[in-house]
Design a protein around this ligand. Structure first.
Ligand code: NAD
Length: 481
């Protein structure tokens, strides 16, 4: 017997979880369930994390969490359980297989069979946000080298183990040259370790358009967190329905398995919901637990049920479906077919050699880091916001070769030689740099510069140091003429 942690969730959660556990039990999974309470009830009892105290102990014991969807109450202050669980437990990889079941489930893409592998901990999901001025708000996008290396290595290892031929990466590195540039560069480096697997990179906008238009040309797709969040829902929807896809959140210390859809509160308690997404999450969990035969038995019985035209309301169509069933009856139909294989859809197998090792988080020796300047961000709202007034005033703070070299507004250079048409907000990035021949800058000189800027009457809202790493600049240049 293997013990797993189970949360029945909210809305349709309890009924679809009940259906899935019945199928897993009937398939001979030999699982024991340790039930935890997370979600609406816990939130509304005044716990803003939505997580009851015994939750972490249970997951640390079982290392596997099977989770039904949860309702996040409207309003600020309620933290997302998914984000907290993923980040606390280091579940760095989100894996979503998105496959078409043509002609049994309606899709415009009958040959689609894509696996989206999304980085799960970094990027814009750090949640580090600030309002800096009256007009400007910011969020920090953090991409780390170890995080990127790990997710790219996981994607290629996944492709190798599951016999996939190609891994595609989407980034926006033509604009975000440092953050997305790192993701792309590391992807290329890791690809060299897997010469038998084809690899390619697309800029995310055109890549997303191509994925939506001709998904059959993709195989495994690896993405930073935000693009992965958006495109994994797009991929699941165009494969057939968001109600059909499951997802795995994989880490070194634990893993979480779920459906990709939410708690569909309007459908709750009516024996209507499709349990397929959560069941496919369960199949991913069985594979993870090494119960590969049981996983294949459940998966094939489910495919056979779809093929036999036994459908819940969301995928039911008069021309291909035979019987419209509720949640419980759908689970019964899958249980009846355990041991059978699909006839026209391809059957699945999970051979025992298909074991996917979790890549460890790499560590790097520090390189040479040299400080050569500082970007000082100001709130400044005077004199018609004319950069030609701000430049000479602020340049008075320059001293001993640490000179004001440019001012940008929303990233565009406005001084020196800005364009008169450029609209300026109250938020200014002012770059002070040493000239090339000067010795490295000491931190103390940055503090003295800030003090001089303060004495000139300016309102400093933040600073960013300008470092060179092994001779390479660790900062972007200003956009503009
Ligand atoms: P949703 O996925 O719950 O519903 C979207 C639409 O799909 C609805 O029309 C719904 O009826 C239908 N649908 C979803 N799952 C279905 C199923 N299994 N069978 C049949 N129809 C199904 O998305 P939403 O309405 O935006 O969110 C509802 C709640 O779920 C919110 O509180 C949201 O925060 C939460 N949510 C939770 C998770 C999670 O726990 N992983 C994910 C997404 C949303």
């Amino acid at each position: 017997m293997t013990t797993i942690t189970v949360a029945r969730g909210d809305g349709i959660g309890p009924e679809i979880m009940d259906a899935c556990l019945r199928v897993l039990d009937a398939a001979g999974a030999e699982l024991e369930y340790e039930e935890v309470h997370v979600g609406e009830r816990v939130y509304l009892a005044g716990n803003t994390s939505g997580i009851e105290p015994g939750f972490w102990d249970s997951i640390r014991r079982t290392k596997v969490f099977y989770k039904a969807p949860i309702t996040t109450p409207q309003g600020s202050g309620f933290k997302s359980i998914n984000v907290t669980t993923r980040k606390t437990l280091g579940l760095f990889a989100n894996v979503r297989p998105c496959r078409a079941f043509h002609p049994f489930v309606r899709t415009r893409h009958p040959d689609m069979d894509v696996v989206i592998i999304r980085e799960n901990e970094e990027d814009l999901y750090a949640g580090i946000e600030h309002r800096q001025t009256d007009e400007v708000y910011q969020t920090l996008k953090l991409i780390s080298r170890p995080g990127t290396e790990r997710i790219c290595r996981y994607a290629f290892a996944y492709a190798r183990v599951y016999g996939r031929r190609k891994v595609t990466c989407f980034t926006k590195d033509n604009i975000m040259k440092l953050t997305d540039g790192l993701f792309h560069r590391v992807f290329e480096e890791v690809a060299r370790e897997y010469p038998e697997i084809e690899h390619e990179h697309w800029i995310v906008d055109i890549g997303a358009a191509k994925l939506a238009d001709s998904p059959e040309t993709f195989d495994v797709v690896v993405l930073p967190n935000l693009y992965g969040d958006v495109l994994s829902d797009v991929a699941a929807q165009i494969a057939g329905s968001v109600g059909m896809a499951g997802s795995a959140n994989i880490g070194e210390h634990a893993a979480m398995f779920e459906a990709i859809h939410g708690s569909a509160p309007r459908r709750a308690g009516q024996n209507l919901a499709n349990p397929s997404g959560l069941l496919m999450g369960g199949v991913l969990m069985l594979v993870h637990l090494g119960l590969r035969d049981v996983a294949a038995r459940v998966h094939n019985a489910w495919l056979r049920t779809l093929e036999d035209g036994i459908h819940t309301y969301d995928v039911f169509r008069e021309d291909v479906s035979r019987q419209k069933v509720g949640t419980r009856q759908f689970a019964d139909a899958v249980i009846e077919r355990l041991g059978q294989k699909p006839v026209s859809l391809a059957a699945v197998a999970y051979p025992s050699e298909q074991a996917l090792a979790i890549p460890p988080a790499p560590r790097y020796a520090p390189g040479e880091r040299v400080l050569r300047g500082v970007d000082v961000f100001l709130f400044w709202n005077d004199r018609d916001r004319d950069p030609n007034v701000l430049g000479p005033l602020l340049a008075q703070a320059s001293s001993d070769g640490l000179e004001l070299s440019m001012i940008t507004n929303r990233g565009l250079k406005v001084w020196p030689k800005g364009a008169p048409e450029t609209f300026c907000t109250d938020h200014w990035r002012c770059r002070f740099q040493l000239d090339d021949r000067a010795p490295p800058l000491e931190q103390d000189r940055v503090f003295q510069l800030l003090s001089r800027i303060g004495k000139l009457g300016f309102d400093v809202i933040k600073t960013e140091h300008l470092y060179y790493f092994d001779g390479e600049p660790g900062f972007s240049l200003g956009q503009g003429q």
